[in-house]
Design a protein around this ligand. Sequence first.
Ligand SMILES: NC(=O)c1ccc[n+]([C@@H]2O[C@H](COP(=O)([O-])OP(=O)(O)OC[C@H]3O[C@@H](n4cnc5c(N)ncnc54)[C@H](OP(=O)(O)O)[C@@H]3O)[C@@H](O)[C@H]2O)c1
Length: 270
Amino acid sequence: MSVFNSSRLLGKTVLVTGASSGIGAATAVLFAKGGSNVIVTARRADALQKVVERCVAAHREAGAQCGGKFVAIPFDVSDKNQVASFPDKIPAELRRIDILVNNAGYVVGVDRVGDISLENMEGMFATNVFGLIALTQLFVKDFRERGTGHIINIGSIAGKEAYAGGSIYCATKHALHAFTAALMREVVDTPIRVTEIQPGMVETEFSIIRYRGDKTAADKVYDGLQPLVAEDIAEEIVWAASRPPHVNIAELFVLPVNQASATITYRSKA
Ligand SMILES: NC(=O)c1ccc[n+]([C@@H]2O[C@H](COP(=O)([O-])OP(=O)(O)OC[C@H]3O[C@@H](n4cnc5c(N)ncnc54)[C@H](OP(=O)(O)O)[C@@H]3O)[C@@H](O)[C@H]2O)c1
C-alpha cells in the first residue's frame, strides 16, 4: 500500500527533457510506472529509445491501466530552430502536455574566470537557461488556455550558492531560479503550478561530463560519502507532480545526508 496518492498521475502526459540518462531517464520511468504517458527528449536518439523500452517495461510491471504511450523525440534544446520545430514532431494524441519537466542541463570544466572558453560559456547558458526558457514559452500559453499544467524546473544547489570553479554553471542555475520564481508569480492567478527542484550531489553522468570524460576525477567527487542517485530526485519530481491540484511545491532542496552545502561535506576515511 502506498502512503501517498499517486492516482493523479493516471493518464497525464509528461514531457521530460534530458531524458536520455540520469535524473531525466529515472523520472520518465517513474511517471511510466505511475500510469502516465511520457515524451522523452535529449540529443542521443539511441539512449532515448532504451529509456522508452524501460518505460514500457515499468508500465507493464506496474499493471497500470492508464497512460502507456511513450515516444522519443531527439532534439537539442540549445538550438533555437530545433526547439521551434519540436512541437510539430509530437504525435497528435500527446500534444496536450500536462507536466513539463525541464531537466536538460550540464556543466563542463572547473575553469576559473579568465580561463573559461566562450564555447563552454555559451553552451551552458544556451542549454541550462535559454533552452529551458524556450521550452517553457512553447507550452505556458497552452497551459493558460486549458487552465492546467505543471512546470517542474531542475535547478541545483548551484542556484542557491555559488562556488569557485563553477561560476558559469552557478550563474545558469541562479538564472533558472530567478526565471522560475518570476514565472510562479506571473501564473498566480491560474491553476498552473511551478516547481523548482534543487538537488545536491547526484551520481549520474553529470560529473563525467564536468571532468570531460575523466571517470577517475568524476568518481572522486563522491569519495567517502553516499551521493544521491537519479531515482532519489525522480521520486521528488513525481511526488511534487502528484500533489492535489491546489498544492504547489514551490521549491525542494534535496541533499545527501553527508552534504550540508556546496562545499561542506562529511567523508569517511575508510
Ligand atoms: N548530478 C548532479 O549532481 C546534479 C545536481 C544538481 C542539479 N543537477 C541537474 O540535473 C539535471 C540532470 O542532470 P543529471 O545529473 O541527470 O546528468 P546527466 O546524466 O548528464 O543528464 C543530463 C541530460 O541532459 C541532456 N542534455 C544535455 N545537453 C542537452 C542539450 N543541448 N539538448 C538536449 N538535452 C541535453 C543529456 O542528454 P544528451 O546528451 O543525450 O543530449 C542528458 O539526458 C541537469 O539540469 C543538472 O544541472 C544535477
